[in-house]
Design a protein around this ligand. Structure first.
Ligand SMILES: NC(=O)c1ccc[n+]([C@@H]2O[C@H](COP(=O)([O-])OP(=O)(O)OC[C@H]3O[C@@H](n4cnc5c(N)ncnc54)[C@H](OP(=O)(O)O)[C@@H]3O)[C@@H](O)[C@H]2O)c1
Length: 333
């Protein structure tokens, strides 16, 4: 079955990746409508050998559209996704606008594909750091319940949008040529630096990204009691987020058992070569859909054998956004 597809935010980092992923996976598209702000209206984009003209997103953009991918920011989703649903499109939304709303499925297809079909016209794609953590933790949780997760992230600049990449590149170029380094959108210099994730700090002292990892994982795992604490950090890496993950299980578990489970887990590639010190790296995760998992080891800080350490890298524009959304759409059709 071929469907009519719209992408709202088609000129952005995630929007452009949608085109790559849809083409690679040979998604059955009858008609494609590319939508962005008025600034981009009239621009042309190539897709599968055809030229498409970007249109300005309006509430009338969704006539005859069956699947609408949204990646233009939360406020745009809040304003325009209801119009798409009213036009009978099914929206797969990449923003945080609807993720925690009751009755809206929040889906990682490797974890809770059954939730997809409970939609009322709208399905939310989780936060990118959440997806990258959930893909390897879920298959372990199914075998031996994870009681507590302590995660620290190392997040790429393109996670903030295409502008994040331009800002890093401009600052690195200025540094290399001895020019003054100009800060534009990030709150601090990102070249040769790292800083706490550039989202607002909430009343509980955690930033929005950290709170998303906690709340969204509980919803996706359907486990409101799982204990999670996160520290999210922006690093001067163009693409692919990495995460250090400490897991506390209900029962003792060994690194060999973890390796055995993860070697069969969908969406996971084990990169754990201690002899050559080769472990997950953002450079190698970039451009692929699987989450790379390594540094699999027993947590030596506890004697009960219930702790495991992991280090993971995953492409946040692909599996953390576009690929996950396209996988959802594939299951829909
Ligand atoms: N980047 C990631 O790794 C990532 C991962 C997961 C989720 N997300 C989420 O996905 C969304 C998009 O992120 P991104 O990184 O792709 O951002 P981006 O590179 O900044 O792209 C934003 C897109 O939204 C469009 N847009 C902005 N204002 C608009 C308006 N008033 N009307 C219509 N379109 C408008 C832009 O169009 P113009 O080009 O015309 O301005 C552009 O196509 C965000 O909610 C983000 O949190 C991003």
């Amino acid at each position: 079955m071929s469907v009519n597809v719209a992408i709202a935010g088609a000129t952005g980092a995630v929007g452009q990746e949608f085109l790559t992923v849809l083409a690679e996976r040979n998604f059955p598209i009858k008609q494609l409508r590319l939508l962005a702000s008025g600034r981009s209206a009239g621009k042309t984009v190539e897709f599968r050998g055809q030229t498409y003209t970007v249109e300005e997103l309006t509430k009338d953009s969704f006539k005859d559209i069956q699947i609408a991918f949204f990646s233009a920011g939360g406020s745009i989703s809040k304003e325009f996704a209801p119009a798409a649903v009213a036009a009978k499109a099914i929206v797969v939304d990449n923003t945080s606008a609807f993720r925690m709303k009751e009755g809206i499925p929040l889906v990682v297809p490797e974890v809770n594909p059954e939730a997809i079909h409970k939609h009322n016209g709208l399905i939310a794609n989780p936060n990118c750091s959440t997806i990258i953590m959930n893909v390897p933790v879920w298959p372990l949780h199914k075998v031996n319940k994870v009681k507590r997760i302590i995660v620290s992230t190392y997040q790429a600049v393109s996670g903030a949008g295409a502008w994040g990449l331009y800002e890093l590149e401009a600052q690195l170029k200025a540094y290399a040529t001895g020019q003054p380094i100009v800060k534009e959108k990030f709150p601090h210099q990102i070249a040769n630096n790292i800083f706490s994730h550039n989202t607002k700090i909430a009343e509980n002292g955690y930033n929005e990204e950290e709170n998303k990892m906690v709340q969204e994982t509980r919803k996706i795992f359907n486990d409101p009691k799982i204990m999670i604490t996160a520290t999210c950090i922006r690093v001067p890496i163009p693409r692919a987020h990495s995460e250090s993950i400490n897991l506390e299980f209900e029962r003792p578990i060994t690194p060999d058992e973890v390796r055995r489970i993860l070697s069969k887990a969908p969406g996971v590639t084990i990169v754990d070569d201690a002899a050559s010190n080769h472990f997950p790296m953002p450079l190698e995760a970039s451009g692929q859909d699987n989450v790379l998992v390594g540094r699999i080891r027993q947590d030596i800080s506890r004697e009960d054998g219930r702790g495991i350490e992991l280090f993971v890298s995953g492409d946040q524009i692909r599996k953390g956004a576009a690929t996950n959304a396209v996988q959802i759409a594939e299951k829909l059709i």
